[in-house]
Design a protein. Structure first.
Length: 93
């Protein structure tokens, strides 16, 4: 099934969309509940103001991304990375 150039809201429930491709799609304010994204690839995406709650992030990889303002349990990721770098320097003596 192909959906092209639409502004219609789409509701998918109890559906298997595994292997689907989303390109140049606006999903702003979309809601994802009980969704499996294991093995998915997200590239060149704006995830600003996204909230992820009660999720399994084991094995998640984040690379070459702007992390300004990103928090984990209320702590900014940039602060966590700075603390990690300082601890690594201190450990080397």
């Amino acid at each position: 099934m192909e959906i092209r150039e639409t502004t219609a809201k789409i509701a998918a429930e109890n559906a298997c969309l595994a292997g689907s491709t989303f390109r140049d799609v606006n999903l702003a304010d979309a809601v994802f509940e009980d969704v499996k994204l294991e093995g998915a690839t997200i590239t060149n995406a704006c995830l600003g103001r996204v909230t992820i709650r009660d999720a399994n992030l084991s094995g998640l990889s984040i690379a070459e991304c702007c992390l300004d303002g990103m928090t984990i349990d209320g702590i900014t990721v940039t602060d966590l990375l700075d603390a990690y770098a300082a601890a690594a320097v201190a450990a080397r003596g």
